[in-house]
Design a protein around this ligand. Sequence first.
Ligand code: ARG
Length: 457
Amino acid sequence: MSEKMWAGRFKKQLDSDVNDFNSSIRVDCRMYKSDIGGSIAHAAMLAHQGIIDPADAEAIIEGLEGILKDLDSGALEFDMTAEDIHMFVEAELTRRIGDTGKKLHTARSRNDQVALDIRLHLREEADAVIALLKNLVSVITDKAEEHKATVMPGYTHLQRAQPITFGHHLMAYAQMFLRDISRVRDAADRMNYSPLGSCALAGTTYPTDRLAVANALNMKGICENSLDGVSDRDFAVELANAIALIMTHLSRFSEEIILWSSWEFKFIELDDAYSTGSSIMPQKKNPDIAELVRGKTGRVYGNLITLLTMLKGLPLAYNKDMQEDKEAVFDSFDTVKQCLSIFAPMLATATVIEANMKNAAAKGFINATDVADYLTKKGIPFRTAYKISGTLVAYCIDEGAVLEELTLAEFKEFSDVFDEDIFDAINLENCTFRRNSEGGTAVESVEKQIASVRAKL
Ligand code: ARG
């Protein structure tokens, strides 16, 4: 452990367990690019404003660029006894260029420095998640296109309800993930304001130019209140929330994939590369990937609660509690990126067993609504028609038959309105492909949804 930069006020060295407890470098070392980028912009501004000598700024910037290069290549390793990434970089700079390095921290505090670094870092992470989401949506639309006419049962209460196409079912997820993209983008945009120059909490007496730093870092502007600049972490909560919702969507999708892969459904078969076996039961092929995605959703929800709870009791401005923000929000990003990266190819490579989907759709009386609609179109009030259809279903259950197997004579026993055209009305394909209302399950409607989603991508 090297001497602390704040050692001046202290008579004793920090206890080494306390140093460990206090240190955040294990978690925040990943922000080194943002830290160095922010410092370079800060040094350039200091020189431009005449706060430090241009030659000093030049030496500082050159030194920082060298550190960046060496960290990128692995030539320089992080000192895990350092207090945090900010202290590490500054100490290394001073080691390299001497006392000039000590001028970098003029008109800055670690409080505004860390608030900037985390924003810059999460901005990149948000872009990465958006790219992965776009890829997933494009996998979904391709699969939906392929299966825009594949009939399956649609469910409510996990009971067969009405026939739909598999493409239609998939496109529901495309809509969810599109909203996820816009949620992440919104949160990242709101975060894209620079807190640098807030200093410890109150601003500074130096003639800084905060907007110049913000512009150099490609940010939309500055945080207008210095106390808010250093003590706000709502952007981390918003991003963690957006990620929690992505995981919710992935988890529901995973649950369906797990069900569909079972022998009870067998609607799909996952590729061998995306399944695992059992150590004892030789016949098993398990959807572990989908289960893990579903399982990891819990920790991502936990991270959101960690962040909310961490913030709720904090007086303004900076408090050390806030150091805990990074582990939580980074874990959410790591987890969702991992899940999205593996979920997309798992879906892309899954085989759809169309015959089983269709067989399941042919059972379960999922055309009972269409019987009622048929009668309604012939002038019978819907409630009455609904009752007749229900009675017919009960009759079929007793007879061990499905609606399409009844004879016209049998139909007529329940209502003399029935005619030969009832068979056309309850034909499974017709029931599916004629639901061509906007957003419905008909092929042309699914095609429209696919085109619209692709245009948005
Ligand atoms: N490692 C700290 C964090 O992540 C940096 C800010 C420290 N500021 C301070 N006043 N101790 O929050």
